[in-house]
Design a binder for this molecule. Structure first.
Ligand code: XMP
Length: 512
């Protein structure tokens, strides 16, 4: 296993993902983890991430000295390279020129890290993003590559197994970044390639059996990727000791409730209790127009309905949850009080005191792409695993203002037409999220000789990687034309369709 110490770079999580993609388990911790924790982790190699600071600033972060004393290979990336150099007796120069973007490195010395990286001109394309740079290497180091503005684009002391790169091998803009990271973990640290879906499933099942014994487990199944994978995994591990509760809040997509029951209940043979709570949710939402108030009501009703179902069950000891690694990662950026994304878990959380379960979180150390691969390996259909995200409050925040069943029914059909056409045209996979939004305003239309006065549907489709920023998808006009024609022809109560051309920021992805 590889230990990654995070100095707060926006790319830190990518390092952990790339290492795992190379088949090696890795975990990321803030740089100031204790010496004891580092020793207990027993890493076969350590990677120091980049970070926003300058080593010249007083109190700027340093790697715990033990990192260089354990005798395991260390790779410093960007800031990690700079602090390693400084700590081992080299010198870092404050940047006059900030280098940001693509660069070509000239490979001057082929060490194990740069094996197979060079092209026919002995160069390689990398992604640079730094102000400071290493000006003098610590004793024992040799320079292995350079750029015109950076004499030590990479360097190493192969006797001590210490390596440093000024560029970012973890981002895809670095042409041979994957190879470089694989060189580090395989050739230098000597790790095998054991981290893959089949092995993860096998290990997880053994761990789950041990943790759970012959006790009973309850899971809130939403039909989303994480809870679906937890359900499939637990079912493999403990079979009928698992009971799932699926709360149908009446704010799901077309036929979604039936599909969840069909897939998990009938096809996979999992015990799923469906709590039909449409009336209850819609009743609680009646007359409420404020988006945050609607979210709170939906969250509260969910807990109540789920708790009622849980109380009907006997002898449940464990509650399973689909928490994933990005939700728990201890990041230097968040420690320093910088913006930290917290996923709002609409599912289980804050259950009443009389329902005191022990937690089972089998995805707690997995990234989303690992969870997806696991899901496919467990036999969940790919179209479910690679579905766009769907918010916990569901159509509740896609019907603007007051939520009514009439609106939800219209919206479900419109959204389904939109999805059908996106899939048929190949655009579903080119967009990160797409959906229809119900506008509670009426607009005039004309059908044959008659006048129609009916609702407006907005189409929203975005391209994004992180959901923090997003660009509206530039769908072809012919496709938009086809979708809008179908929606207006097939749904009597819709007289107009509009396409949302707002990007985030300043707009958000959802309309509420
Ligand atoms: P916004 O609208 O904030 O959405 O740009 C960013 C991402 O978050 C999802 N989202 C939610 N997910 N509960 C959720 O589980 C919520 O209340 C919620 N609000 C927004 C949204 O669908 C998008 O993927």
């Amino acid at each position: 296993r590889i230990l990654i110490l995070d100095f707060g770079s926006q790319y830190s999580q990518l390092i952990a993902r790339r290492v795992r993609e190379a088949g090696v388990y890795s975990e990321m911790y803030a740089y100031d983890i204790s010496e004891e924790d580092i020793r207990n982790f027993n890493p076969k190699g350590i990677i120091l991430s980049g970070g926003p600071e300058s080593v010249h600033i007083e109190g700027s972060p340093r790697a715990p000295q033990v990192v260089f004393e354990l005798g395991v290979p260390v790779l410093g990336i960007c800031y990690g390279f700079q602090t390693m150099s400084e700590q081992l007796g080299g010198k870092v120069e404050a940047g006059v020129v900030h280098e940001f973007g693509y660069a070509k490195i000239d490979i001057t010395h082929q060490d194990k890290l740069l094996h197979g990286i060079a092209d026919e001109n002995n160069q390689s394309q990398v992604w640079m993003s730094h102000g400071d740079k290493v000006a003098r290497l610590p004793e024992g180091f040799v320079s292995t590559s350079s750029t015109p503005s950076c004499p030590f684009a990479s360097a190493s002391d192969e006797n001590r197994k210490l390596y440093g790169v000024q560029f970012h091998p973890e981002v895809t803009h670095t042409a041979k970044g994957v190879e470089l990271i694989a060189n580090f973990v395989h050739k230098i640290c000597g790790c095998g390639s054991e981290w893959n879906s089949d092995n993860i499933i096998e290990m997880r099942i053994a761990q789950l059996k041990q943790q759970i014994g012959d006790n009973k487990v309850l899971l809130g199944l939403s039909g989303g990727v994480d809870s679906s994978v937890v359900a499939a995994l637990l079912h493999r591990a403990i079979g009928d000791q698992l009971t799932c509760v699926f709360v149908d809040n009446g704010l799901l997509r077309l036929n979604e409730g039936d599909q969840v029951m069909q897939m998990f209940g009938e096809n996979m043979g999992i015990r799923v209790i469906r709590a039909d709570a449409e009336e209850r949710f819609l009743g609680a939402l009646a007359g409420v127009t404020d988006p945050e108030a609607k979210r709170k009501i939906i969250g509260r009703e969910f807990i109540e309905v789920f708790s009622e179902e849980a109380r009907k069950l006997d002898g449940v000891k464990f509650l399973a949850q689909g928490t994933i690694y990005p939700d728990v990662i201890e990041s230097a950026a968040s420690k320093q009080g910088k913006a930290h994304v917290i996923k709002s878990h609409h599912n289980v959380g804050g259950l009443p005191d009389d329902l005191a379960f022990e937690l089972v979180e089998p995805l707690r150390d997995l990234f989303k792409d690992e969870v997806r691969k696991l899901g496919v390996a467990l036999g969940i259909p790919a179209h479910m695993i690679y579905r766009h995200p769907f918010p916990g409050p569901g159509l509740g925040v896609r019907i603007l203002g007051e939520v009514k069943k009439e609106y939800a029914d219209i919206l479900r059909v419109a959204d389904d037409i939109f999805m059908q056409e996106l899939r048929a045209s190949g655009w579903y996979d080119k967009t990160a999220q797409a959906f229809a939004v119900f506008q509670p305003v009426k607009s005039v239309g004309v059908v044959g000789d008659g006048r129609r006065y009916a609702w407006v549907i907005a189409l929203r489709a975005v391209e994004t990687v992180d959901f923090m920023t997003a660009r509206f998808a530039h769908l072809p006009y012919e496709l938009v034309d086809k979708i809008s024609t179908r929606i207006m022809n097939e749904i009597r109560d819709v007289s107009r369709v509009v396409y949302d051309v707002s990007s985030k920021p300043p707009a958000t992805i959802e309309w509420e």
